[in-house]
Each structure stands twice: as structure tokens, then as C-alpha cells.
Unconditional design. Sequence first.
Length: 325
Amino acid sequence: MKTPIRFESCLKERLNSYMGLRESQGHQTSKIRHIFVSLDQYLQDANLSGQSLSPSIIDGWIAALPEKLSVNTVNIYISTYIQFAKYLQSLGHGAFIPEKVIGRKNYFPYIFHEDDLAALTKAADILVFSASEKHRHNAACFSVMLRMYIGCGFRLNEIRLLKTKDVNLEYGIIHVRNAKGNRDRIVPMHKTLTENVKIYSISGLTQKENWFFPSGTGNPISCSWIRDAFLKCIQYIGIEKPDLPKHSRNICLHCLRHSFAVAAFRQLDNNGLDMYNEIPILSTYMGHENLYGTEHYLHMTTENSQDIMDKMKEFNKGLFPEVWG
């Protein structure tokens, strides 16, 4: 059973009461608890006391967040903290409310093509044999997880937190539960990917505590471990991350999801399928709330996939009526 997290800073009582309040309101605090663990640890490390949070304290905490966090993730930290700050203010405590971080306007995800993806999976397999005995279990899981990210365009946690009961290898489908926007969906896998997952399933890598990809301790493999393994793979195949300002979004695992969307769209077009019928299916398959989500992914790939953008513009013609002033 997972050990409950305890807050230990000067605001431990307020943090615990706030989390309790959120839970009583029906919110899932498990998804935001790590943010307050970060704040709590910062307050401890700085030996701070009192019940107020000044601008210098909060600015210091934000500046101390790991550099690998994207602007979007940092803004999630800030937004989550702001709700807590308002709670403190309602109790009469001073709590600074910061501005959100402004992201880079010219961000484009890295699009992995077929040769890149083949090299990535090979690098992940090599990682299994080169990993230390302590990390070999995680590396073996990652080699299969990577294939699922590539083959289906999953989000990071959709596979990391996958339960064994939601994997149907007889029919080759994954039941994604409570994903972004609290939506569920059924994701069919290609038969070759299904065979790879079957091999993993019967390999003797025990699925503990109902997790399909557990770490050696039985808990889900951490996000940081997966991200680090992915970075080792792209370094191995010779892809260099550009030097960007702190918290700027760089080449990351989520680029595989963008790459999947681009490859799927291109395949649909090459097969001569009707985009009016197929794009909504792709949108549902990827778990987007609506067509705008899928279009957003494709818009972000303009530099590498202008042919796709031209097709998307054609698809959008007449989709929404013009409004005349």
C-alpha cells in the first residue's frame, strides 16, 4: 500500500486542511498533491516560518522548479497554487498571487518520422541490456510503453497508469479511463503492436497491484524515469535538443503524440479517405474533446508538414459558416 504523503512545513496544517476541503468538494487531490509537496519542501528547505506567503517566497519557489518542466506545466503549478493562496486569504493570511509564465510563441513540436521511430525503439531495446540490474525491470517495461506511445499516440499517464484489467489482448484494445477532461475511450492497437504487448504480458514481468507497467517496487513507474529514458534514447540516435530558455518546451515524449497525429492524417490522405468522415474518428481515437484539439496539433506542425496544413485548410472550408457583420 502506498505510504501517504505528509506535509512538514510551517503551513502543514493549512495544506492538510485545504486538501481535505478539496476532497470534500469531490475533487481528486491525487493529481495535484505533488505540487503542494514541492511547495512544502521548498518552505522546509528555506527554513521559513509563519502563515503568510510573500512575493519573494513564491517567486523563489517558482524559480526553483525543475528546468525540465515545460511552460505549460509550470503554469499548472501556478494555477493550482493560486487556488490555495485564495484559500489562505479567506482565512486572513497574506498570500501572494503570481502572474503565469509567458511561453514561447514560436514553439513547434519535433515530428519523428519512420526512420526516427524505428531507431527509437531499437535504442529502447538496447537500454534494457545496458541498464543496471536495479533499473532493468523499468527499462523492459519502457521498451513496450514506447511502442504504445508511438503506435497509438497515447498521453504519458494514459500508459503509465494503465491497469491490467483495462488491457484486452484477445481483441487488441486498451480501455483508457479518466483521461484528460475525465473522459474514457477505447483504443484499438495494430495487430503487430498487440503481439508485442502480448509478449510483454507473458514475459514474467509481474503486473503488481493491478498496474500493467509497475516499477520494481510495485508502484507505477515515475514520470521522471520515463522522461529520462526517452531522453537517453533520442541522444543515442543522435537527435540533439536545442538550447532554449528555462522552462521552454523542448523535444519531449509528447512529441510522439504530435507525430502520431501527423502520420495518421497523412495515411488517411494517402489512402484517399474522406476527411469529413475520418477526422472526427481520429479526434475521438486520440481523446480530443472536439475537432479543435486535433486541428491544434496539426497547426503546430506547420514547419515540417505544410502538406498536412494545406489539407486541413481544405477540410475546414465550409465546416463552419461565415458570420457577416
